[in-house]
Ligand binder design. Structure first.
Ligand SMILES: C[S@@+](CC[C@H](N)C(=O)[O-])C[C@H]1O[C@@H](n2cnc3c(N)ncnc32)[C@H](O)[C@@H]1O
Length: 308
């Protein structure tokens, strides 16, 4: 317990100058450093989002939650009512996007010059993936420059599209299988004063979308950020990142302008890029430079730039 408080204090003093300098609204304060506390603690303004991993007994879980609660009150003065706890340990393959409450409590966080709605209560995820903070900055400062059309696949709440649109991309198409996340994307577009006819969210299975996309559709920037595995009534067969990534990337290459860029990312820790099955050799692994300052786990995602 003392150890946890100590680590939170140390992490906070290490991150504080970076938080202040970069006006960071949301960051990872603690990243499973102690085996006795197998949790990730993310701070969103003055609230905490706590994800519990690999904890065997539920008695233990209550104790763990109490101890984390006390430590967070002590170190950051975050009251228990503003600490949102999620258990990831009973998560089955493909169920990671399920609803856990219906409060519709949401608030706005800022990142660079973009705004995003977050909801710490209702879903396992919050509306924004903090491990892609640097990747979004790369899109803003580099990948989106002088690009006209973007396709964002597995777009979730479309944070990549918002960032690209704010950096000058004129038309963005975001595709996600969830109605909830498509609505959330539209809210994020509106929040950022983006023209709704130029920035659209389509509810569709990505595999179906790619197979049925008009032959002559072309994009300058394509973001592909799929889950590791997904299964749903809306899909004839489950999606598996290791098996299915060449299909995704090759289809996207067919719709990528000659000087276009694909940003491909995923969170599968054992992921191996099947370069032999891809229709290009122009692949750059940018994982290292996209792991943010506040993450201890450098396997949190893999990330590649792919071109013709
Ligand atoms: C890892 S999240 C994407 C994160 C997003 N790129 C971001 O940075 O905010 C995966 C998303 O894929 C969606 N999804 C899963 N399987 C899908 C499929 N077959 N077709 C379309 N969307 C799918 C989920 O609803 C979820 O929103």
């Amino acid at each position: 317990m003392e150890d946890l408080t100590e680590i939170l204090i140390q992490n906070l003093s290490r991150l504080d100058p970076w938080i202040l300098k970069n006006k960071i609204d949301a960051y990872r304060l603690y990243d499973r450093e102690l085996t006795t506390f197998p949790v990730a603690i993310d701070i969103y303004l003055k609230k905490a989002h706590i994800q519990i991993y690999d904890n065997d007994s539920s008695d233990n879980e209550d104790l763990l939650v109490t101890q984390i609660g006390i430590a967070l009150e002590k170190v950051l003065s975050i009251p228990i009512k503003d600490q949102y706890i999620k258990s990831r340990r009973r998560q089955k393959e493909g169920t990671q996007y399920e609803k856990v409450a219906s409060s519709r409590e949401r608030f706005i966080i800022k990142e660079n010059d973009a705004k995003f709605y977050v909801n710490l209560k209702d879903y396992l995820d919050t509306g924004i993936f903090l491990d892609h903070r640097k990747t979004r900055t790369l899109v803003k400062n580099d990948l989106a420059k002088n690009k006209e059309r973007m396709l964002n696949l597995f777009s979730y709440t479309s944070s990549f599209s918002v960032v690209a649109a704010k950096a000058g991309v004129r038309y963005t198409t975001s595709v996600d299988m969830s109605n909830t996340y498509c609505d959330w994307s539209r809210d994020n577009f509106e929040l950022n004063a983006l023209e709704k006819f130029n920035h659209i969210a389509i509810r569709e299975n990505v595999q179906f979308f790619l197979e049925n996309m008009k032959n002559n559709w072309r994009f300058d920037l394509i973001v592909i950020d799929p889950p590791t595995f997904s299964r749903s009534k809306k899909m004839p067969v489950p999606f598996d990142i290791q098996k299915d990534h060449p299909f995704l990337i090759n289809h996207c290459l067919d719709h990528l302008n000659q000087d276009g860029i694909i940003l491909f990312s995923n969170n599968f820790q054992k992921f191996k890029l099947n370069a032999d099955a891809l229709d290009t050799n122009n692949i750059q692994d940018i994982t290292k430079e996209t792991i943010p300052e506040d993450f201890k786990n450098d396997k949190i995602h893999k990330c590649y730039i792919i071109k013709h």
